[in-house]
Ligand binder design. Structure first.
Ligand code: PGA
Length: 290
């Protein structure tokens, strides 16, 4: 068994910043790489509407210090819009990429409150979340708008993370796959096979987001496997095998290893736990070792 511990990683990285959100957490053991896939795992930190300018810069600095030597895992942080440029100055030339939590599907014009792909690129954004459940359910984003945003994100050369997931009501009605696969199909309706290399799928059951409830690895794997089969039908098996599918919904250091051991789970989109550099790094390490 290979093992690592967060403390060793943190001490080795000389992270000297004082990060208010970092917490003391126990050592974690990681299994040796057993279920290696050819897909590089991707861990996203979705900060949502959290942090201030200074605390966000501190958090980003700690994340860079702690994950910069961790190879074989892609790491992206998604800070709030006003802090993008400042966070870019902290993560510049590190292994951590800059992402945005949203995009509008027009280039410019009279769209009060919206931000275009061109603007995001100008401040160093390389990845964008599209169709997050909070956008769908709080702000009423439809599959139609989401598919336009996906197309524009790709056109701008951004990595697009298409988020899909069922509500508790839909799950209890036995409609999980119907809902998730129809969101997938709609979201990818304007995406050609050659563009799929820019797409990451995030399966996030709505009932698991921010609630502390996580899908069991078995349940999550079933949905991930159905998503991959659907991509196979829509495109081909090579694209299905290449496409990364993240899981999201209360991912923490304590459940990450079991989730990442599932063959179709290629990382995580992390909300609450991404606000602590310690927890976020532990999740990155778990993905690296999966
Ligand atoms: P959570 O959020 O980890 O706090 O559940 C995940 C997400 O919304 O992307």
């Amino acid at each position: 068994m290979a093992f690592g511990s967060l403390r060793e990683g943190a001490e080795g990285s000389n992270c000297t910043r004082i990060c208010a959100n970092c917490e003391q957490i126990p050592h974690f053991w990681y299994p040796s790489p057993s279920l290696m896939t050819q897909r590089t795992p991707i861990i996203g930190g979705n900060w949502k509407m959290n942090t201030g300018l200074e605390s966000g810069m501190n958090l980003a600095g700690c994340v860079v210090d702690m994950v910069n030597t961790i190879e074989s895992c892609e790491v992206v942080v998604y800070p709030p819009f006003p802090f993008l440029q400042a966070i870019e100055s902290v993560i510049d030339s590190s292994r951590v990429s800059l992402g945005a939590q949203n995009i509008w599907h027009e280039e410019s014009g009279a769209f009060t409150g919206e931000v275009s792909g061109l603007m995001l690129k100008e401040v160093g954004v390389t990845s964008v979340l599209i169709g997050h459940s909070e956008r769908r359910h709080i702000f009423g984003e439809s599959n139609d708008v989401i598919s336009k945003k996906v197309a524009v994100g790709i056109q701008e050369g951004l990595q697009v993370v298409l988020c899909i997931g069922e509500t508790l009501e839909e799950r209890e009605a036995g409609d999980t796959l119907k809902v998730v696969l129809s969101q997938l199909e709609a979201g990818l309706s304007n995406v050609e096979a050659s563009q799929m290399v820019k797409v990451v799928i995030a399966y996030e059951p709505v009932w698991a987001i921010g609630t502390g409830k996580t899908a069991t690895p078995e349940d999550a794997q079933k949905v991930h496997s159905a998503i991959r089969s659907s991509i196979d039908e829509m495109y081909n098996s090579e694209i299905a095998q290449q496409t990364r599918i993240q899981y999201g919904g209360s991912v923490k250091p304590e459940n990450a290893t079991d989730l990442f051991a599932c063959k179709d789970i290629d990382g995580a989109l992390v909300g609450g736990a991404s606000l602590s550099a310690d927890s976020f790094t532990a999740i990155v390490m778990a993905a690296r070792n999966s």
